[in-house]
Design a protein around this ligand. Structure first.
Ligand code: SF4
Ligand code: SF4
Length: 114
């Protein structure tokens, strides 16, 4: 049992999402649309909207904690791909947005009569 990312989006509205500059599509083989990024250093870029507070990635669509989607899902960076539902960063982001730390179905399963 895990979290439903399409009903969350907290990590896309909590962390600075940075990655090696050549993951952007102005480099050979890069995929992340460069117009949606910001330069952080000669080596690093981040998703626009995650470099300042309040954090919200420019590619995030919808309402956090309700219904969300990534507008560049197939082109997202390695940083986005590495974060997994239920891992430490996921739980930190969810807590920051007031979302529960245990998947909903697991809560009801635990409480259901046996
Ligand atoms: S915080 Fe966790 S559950 Fe929410 S979108 Fe990110 S990975 Fe998915
Ligand atoms: S690119 Fe997509 S997955 Fe990555 S932070 Fe932005 S909305 Fe989230």
């Amino acid at each position: 049992m895990s979290f439903d990312c399409q009903r969350c989006g907290a990590c896309c509205a909590h962390f600075r999402v940075s990655f090696y500059w050549a993951e952007a599509d102005d480099a050979p083989g890069g995929t992340v649309p460069v117009a949606l990024t910001r330069q952080l250093s000669p080596q690093l870029r981040c998703m626009a909207g995650t470099e300042s507070r309040p954090v919200r990635c420019v590619a995030l669509q919808g309402a956090v904690g309700r219904s969300v989607g990534c507008g560049i899902y197939a082109q997202r960076s390695s940083s986005c791909r590495e974060l997994q539902p239920g891992d430490e960063k996921c739980l930190r982001a969810r807590a920051a947005h007031g979302l529960e730390a245990v998947p909903r179905a697991a809560i009801s399963a635990d409480c259901s009569p046996s």
